[in-house]
Design a protein around this ligand. Structure first.
Ligand code: GLN
Length: 455
């Protein structure tokens, strides 16, 4: 009830939620009943959870921020939602996002932007700006996000929250409306590293319904966070910083906060090692071919027949007329831009030049990481180049918007885990800054240890 009251008080300004769960109190009462009946629900029972609208839910609409899915009710829950309910978490609402998770500011939502609780004229990051703003504004203690190129970590950076992109395959994608299937991962957005670990423990692990789900036993990430909190882990930890990320590409306050964090780690016994990742400069370019290619294929299912909106044009008779009128009305400009880009990149005659080349770059980036992790335990970067920018500032310049993802994209291309934790406020504007840590695939626990040590 306290969180519902908080939502009622502030969400008119913040607009973190697309839908507030009218069944939340009934779900809470049900958790009480289960507990009274002796069910062991674990430590998180009764805690409200904000759910990014990319994740399908049976009790609330799921739109992925798009008009084409307005009012869509899923017949099943995403695995991460089902597991959260089983653990007694209460889905409190569905959070706003860039349409189909395409964006870095939540301005591409078909339902209007979310505002950053630190400064309502600024963006909360994207695509998961709703989840991060809900957590930062105390509308929910925990949230779920999805990260294809940074959509958990960059919103965490600009809202002073913690965001984790797990190892690819570590968390089920079943019921996550697909953007780019080889890049998408679901993960936690919280106020502390321990909270993220507790949520990750609930949603993670093998799911037979996701063919890319890793079939292995994971350690407890909450235990890793508790272990890390003593700071011991920093002694002798080898932290890689990337030579090719020049200070000049980052806002001064972001670079300064990053250097301060490194100095703090060094003071506690960490060793800072310069590493080379020569192919990172091509990561954004490769990503913005691979993502549109996969997205154009994934979004073909919105064909006016199987899901959501159907528009029948006046005088239109053929299936094609209905399909194109529906997609014309249902998709926003950024989605159309990427469908056109992706379709072009995959077309006969251009496939090798664009999609094929981008895949080769992807392999080179994976090799850069493999070489780096032979020398260091984790890699550290600023989580994003700037603090929260003004709403409207980059909306007309897609390339500027894409460049925001410079530091987050390489992890998705390589399938490795990443965490963003708050590292302070930028001197020039007083806005939150995050530091990102990356670890080898399957070593998510290392990120929880290091993140909790620095927190
Ligand atoms: N900003 C990136 C994009 O627009 C990231 C998206 C995401 O992670 N879902 O594609």
């Amino acid at each position: 009830q306290a969180h519902l009251d908080r939502i009622a008080a502030v969400d008119g300004d913040v607009h973190a939620f697309l839908h507030v769960n009218e069944h939340a109190l009934a779900a809470a009462a049900d958790v009480d009943r289960r507990r009274a009946a002796g069910e062991d629900l674990g430590p998180m029972a009764g805690v409200p959870l904000a759910v990014k609208d990319v994740l399908v839910t049976t009790d609330q609409p799921s739109t992925s921020g798009s008009k084409i899915l307005e009012g869509y009710m899923s017949p099943f829950d995403a695995t991460v939602v089902a597991r959260s309910r089983a653990a007694g978490l209460i889905p409190i609402g569905k959070t706003n996002m860039d349409e189909f998770a395409m964006g870095s500011s939540t301005e591409h939502s078909a339902y209007g932007p979310t505002r950053n609780p630190w400064d309502l004229d600024r963006i909360p990051g994207g695509s998961g700006g709703g989840s991060a703003a809900a957590v930062a504004a105390f509308e929910a203690p925990l949230a779920l996000g999805s990260d294809t190129g940074g959509s958990i970590r960059q919103p965490a950076h600009v809202t002073g929250t913690v965001g984790v992109k797990p190892t690819y395959g570590g968390v089920s994608r079943y019921g996550a409306i697909a953007l780019a299937s080889s890049l998408d991962q679901v993960g936690p957005v919280t106020r502390t590293v321990l909270d993220a670990g507790l949520l990750h423990d609930i949603i993670g692990g093998h799911d037979p319904k996701d063919s890319t789900s890793l079939d292995e036993a994971w350690p407890s990430f909450a235990a890793a966070a508790r272990e890390g909190a003593t700071g011991e882990v920093l002694k002798g930890l080898r932290v890689g910083v990337i030579r090719e990320f020049p200070d000049s590409g980052f806002q001064p306050g972001v670079a300064a906060s990053f250097r301060e964090s490194l100095a703090r780690m060094e003071a506690q016994g960490a060793e800072i090692v310069e590493i080379s990742a020569p192919h990172f400069e091509y990561a954004v370019a490769a990503y913005y071919l691979i993502l549109p290619a996969e997205a154009s294929s994934n979004l073909a299912k919105f064909d006016s027949v199987r899901f959501g909106l159907r528009v029948t044009p006046e005088g239109g008779a053929t299936v094609e007329d209905v399909m194109s009128a529906t997609r014309e009305a249902g998709f926003g400009p950024e989605v159309k831009r990427r469908i056109i880009l992706g379709t072009y990149a995959l077309s006969a005659g251009y496939y090798d030049a664009y999609y094929g080349s981008a895949q080769k770059v992807r392999t080179l980036i994976q090799q850069d990481f493999a070489n780096a992790f032979a020398e260091v335990d984790v890699i550290a970067t600023p989580s994003a180049p700037t603090t929260a920018f003004k709403i409207g500032e980059k909306i007309d310049d897609p390339l500027q918007m894409y460049l925001n993802d410079l530091t987050t994209i390489p992890a998705n291309l390589a399938g490795i885990p990443g965490i963003s934790i708050p590292s302070g406020l930028a001197e020039e504007d007083g806005l939150p800054v995050g530091i990102q840590f990356l670890a080898p695939a399957r070593e998510d626990a290392r990120l929880y240890r290091v993140g909790a040590a620095l927190e």
